[in-house]
Design a protein. Structure first.
Length: 366
């Protein structure tokens, strides 16, 4: 959860390491007769942030240098009818969805590693009042954790020692299951169930993203034949880790190699086609046993290895149907380790030490 404003209001946000704007569903102006937007009304009805009720809400002026120059990368608009008009945005996502609203500085509450709360002042947020695309219709907002100046990760990590971490439960878990995000060092707040490993975070290789140096993928202890330029950011390739992308994207040469290696293990199950499912290979999972799935390992150049759980890449897509959870990206292209592949692991982003730490976890608090 995420608390914003004075007095504070609570929202449930989607954590996205691939975007830099943190925004919430918001109403900037109150229409006459709108009882939900008065102090006598229900402030958090439908979990909409009513900006006029927060004494710390401070819109960014549209005539400011911040709006006209610094926020251009966050899709700020040039419209400025009056000096006191707030700086507006039309924030675009890679899937075609968009969030529209105004920028403001606000006070937000964050959890500390000792279990206490602290308030951060003058944090840039988006007050979003309209949406485009189905993916944003049922969310309270997005917590932008990209590697950029104005992302919440950069602001919070600077306050809490340059680190943040999260743990994502299985995407099929009960709605009451909790995903954790922690700012500062994880002091055993989330239990791990295996060896902790780490690899270098390439914070400057691919602007705004968290890049890692992958050198190969093995399936069933056999390293797949994939051209090295697929993993080389200087040649149009490279790999990022992104909590805002569900499925894992692999550049074509890697995608073809991984799919061919995995298809063999599930070929005895009847292949099926699911409408509305983007994955290429799905099958009838009646009688399916995960023990037939070979171990997939992502290898990093410093010797670290990420070993996702088998059900993070042979994923349940519908009742009685599983799919190989990868999508192709036409090369040259980034490969993206998506959030389903990351599930049931604790991930710590050490921005000061430029290190990504990870370990298997059920995402239960200690």
């Amino acid at each position: 959860s995420f608390k914003v404003g004075t007095p504070s209001q609570k929202f449930w946000l989607i954590v996205d390491t691939g975007s830099d704007l943190t925004w919430i569903r918001c109403r900037y102006r109150c229409s006459r007769g709108d009882r939900s937007c008065t102090r006598k009304g229900r402030i958090n009805r439908k979990r909409v942030f009513h900006a006029p009720l927060s004494s710390s809400f401070s819109p960014v002026p549209c005539f400011s240098e911040m709006c006209k120059v610094e926020l251009m990368n966050l899709f700020s608009l040039t419209t400025c009818p009056t000096p006191i008009t707030p700086c507006a945005y039309d924030y675009r996502y890679s899937d075609g969805s968009a969030a529209m609203g105004v920028f403001a500085n606000e006070t937000v509450s964050a959890g500390l590693t000792n279990g206490r709360k602290t308030r951060l002042h003058n944090v840039l947020i988006g007050c979003t009042d309209s949406f485009q695309g189905p993916t944003l219709q049922n969310v309270d907002g997005i917590m932008g954790l990209a590697n950029t100046k104005y992302s919440f990760a950069t602001n919070a990590a600077a306050t809490f020692g340059g680190k943040f971490s999260y743990c994502l439960v299985d995407h099929l878990s009960h709605l009451n299951a909790t995903n954790y995000i922690i700012f500062g060092t994880n002091r055993n707040q989330v239990k791990v169930s295996g060896n902790t490993r780490h690899t270098k975070l390439e914070l400057d290789a691919i602007p705004s993203f968290y890049a890692v140096n992958v050198i190969g993928i093995s399936v069933g202890n056999k390293m797949l034949e994939v051209p090295m330029q697929v993993w080389d950011a200087s040649e149009g390739g490279g790999t990022i880790i992104d909590s805002g992308t569900s499925l894992t994207f692999l550049a074509d040469p890697a995608y073809q190699a991984v799919m061919e290696a995995l298809k063999v293990s599930v070929s005895k199950y009847q292949r099926v086609k699911l409408d509305g499912v983007p994955m290429e290979y799905c099958f009838n999972s009646e009688g399916f046993n995960g023990s037939v799935v070979p171990k997939l390992i992502i290898h990093f150049d410093d010797g670290a290895r990420f070993e996702p759980h088998w059900n993070s890449y042979v994923i349940a897509a519908a009742a009685g149907v599983r799919c190989l959870g990868f999508l192709p990206a036409r090369f040259p292209a980034l490969s993206v380790i998506g959030n389903i592949m990351q599930q049931n692991y604790l991930w710590e982003f050490d921005l000061k030490g430029k290190r990504l730490v990870f370990a298997p976890s059920s995402c239960n608090s200690s």
